[in-house]
Design a protein around this ligand. Structure first.
Ligand code: BT5
Length: 242
């Protein structure tokens, strides 16, 4: 991260996304809000993101220029930035559409993008389970989640990991702004272990079934049913059928 980027640090906060949203209008692009603990970390669809001490809980304010493209693409590219950053710290992670960063099917990081139309900003929320054990999470999550410390059997340099992720986010965002996203999407697909899998996708009003055949250039999921009919899904929760 460049020295001139503004970094706002809290020991504790309700949600870095919520705070970033409040200041987005008066803040330059790449202003980053980081907290050691979140009291009310947010997931998608009003869910809770558990945010104990030792994690990386941050929100970066972006101000994409031009026509606002589909936000899903930027969610995917943020996941890619997190995977690249984790790799530098020795973690091999994979991606699950749209916003999960996994190690051996367990969630190590999550992403929540929120738009602020008033200030033309996008708040890029990134949560990385870094230096704590799964025992710091509620029992149900300890089965589905993992942490960097769990994987490496040691703590990681949190500052360096944070800086690496932000640097990777800048790199993908620069290409996103130029519309040069096809190579990044190919890279995303290489890290995704769900392409070719049979899935159910929970959406607000229905459940779609099929095989994931591709990711569209706007970041949507492409499902094919038994007859090969393709369908584009822009938001939902993917469940693998094992
Ligand atoms: C996400 O939602 O994965 C988005 C997470 C974004 C968190 C960051 S932290 C900084 C910024 N400020 C915020 O307030 N939020 C962002 P979703 O796909 O809806 O996943 C949420 C689900 O993941 C929950 O319902 C739990 O099942 C599970 N979960 C909650 N906390 C977790 C954790 N620490 N590790 C792994 N899984 C967790």
């Amino acid at each position: 991260m460049k020295k001139k980027d503004k970094l706002i640090h809290f020991d504790e906060i309700n949600s870095t996304n919520e705070y970033a949203m409040q200041i987005a209008g008066q803040s330059p692009e790449f202003t980053t809000v980081i907290a050691d603990v979140q009291r009310k970390g947010k997931g998608r669809f009003g869910r809770t993101w558990v945010s104990p001490p030792g994690g990386i809980w941050m929100s970066i304010i972006l101000k994409p220029k031009g026509q606002s493209p589909h936000p899903m693409l930027l969610t995917l590219l943020t996941g890619l930035a997190v995977v690249r950053g984790l790799k530098t710290s020795g973690i091999s992670a994979s991606l699950k559409w749209p916003n999960d960063v996994l190690v051996d099917s367990r969630k190590i990081a999550g992403i929540l993008l929120e738009g602020d139309p008033l200030s033309n900003s996008v708040i890029v929320g990134i949560g990385v389970n870094a230096n704590f054990g799964v025992d710091a999470l509620p029992e149900d999550l300890s089965l589905t989640a993992t942490t960097v410390r769990n994987e490496l059997k040691r703590a990681v340099n949190k500052k360096l990991l944070t800086e690496d992720i932000i640097a990777e986010l800048k790199s993908v965002y620069e290409k996103f702004e130029k519309g040069e996203t096809s190579e990044l999407l190919s890279e995303w697909k290489r890290y995704s272990n769900t392409i070719g899998q049979d899935v159910a996708v929970d959406m607000i009003t229905e459940v779609a079934q099929g095989k994931i055949v591709d990711i569209d250039e706007d970041g949507s999921l492409i499902l094919a049913d038994q007859d090969g009919n393709r369908r584009k899904i822009i938001a939902g929760e993917v469940r693998l059928k094992t």
